[in-house]
Design a protein. Sequence first.
Length: 232
Amino acid sequence: MISVVIPSFNEEERIERCLKSLQNQDFPRDEYEIIVVDGGSKDKTREIAEKYADLVFIQTSPKVGGARNDGALRSRGDIIATTDADTILPSDWLSRIKKGFENPDVVMLYGPVKPIEATIKNRFYLFLANGFAHIGYLTGTVLFTLGCNSAFRAESFKKAGMYRVSDAGDDLEIAHRMRRIGTVKFDRKLFVSFSMRRYDQFGALKSLYEWFYIVFHGGDAEKYQYTKREYR
């Protein structure tokens, strides 16, 4: 069983395409569950999610990492996969995840992203990001994982303490804790389609600067906040 955990907040315009992509997997529907953990949306996010998901509930822990932890604690799967409500998953996403865990030493699996808003600028930015992730993995220096495209062996994830609740960088931090337990694997063919809307709205360079600023301040900073930021 694979449990797919999806944090959401005011995503009525995008969550349906995410959930439809999960419904259209080349993977038996009775071998995975969909869990949507909502941050108290004021729109129809939960109403839409209930049409597709096996479980929808309002999170009790703070921030996105807390929502993923809440979902993990209520999951039934041996593998916990995480993605975002504005992400689109290819039809082989779950089958590639299952294959990645055939090696019993693997405790975490992650992959690259491509842009939904496929402008030349966005393709270039993600080409650089994916290259950085691949080089970081090959050299063992930086495990540049993303919460929209990660999966964990459930027992190991809980043993590691799950996500540290912070405003940014929690997906990198958990990866470095997971590799103390076992193998963290980068699958360069495990692509998902990632929304660049926040970078289009606020500017890529500014967004990256804010992300690095928060990470280098321990994951939380008064100057910048990601949690429950409103996006177009």
